[in-house]
Design a protein around this ligand. Structure first.
Ligand code: SF4
Length: 64
């Protein structure tokens, strides 16, 4: 599973990083989230889905 954050949609609510701190981090410059690793670590797929659900902007994009 791959994950990325759509920088045009992200508003920096931090919810994704709270749901899945191993997968998302926030940039110091603009407070927007990014995926630490494009490939979701094995066993963390549910966390990635949870983060996608928790993002109010639908900025977390998952792909298989
Ligand atoms: S929850 Fe969504 S809008 Fe908020 S920081 Fe994460 S990707 Fe950005």
């Amino acid at each position: 599973m791959k994950v990325r954050v759509d920088g045009g949609l992200c508003q920096g609510h931090t919810l994704c990083a709270m749901a899945a701190p191993d997968i998302f981090a926030l940039r110091d410059e603009d407070g927007h989230a990014y995926a630490v690793n494009e490939e979701v670590p094995a066993g963390k797929e549910d966390l990635a889905r949870e983060a996608a659900r928790s993002c109010p902007e639908q900025a977390v994009v998952l792909a298989h």
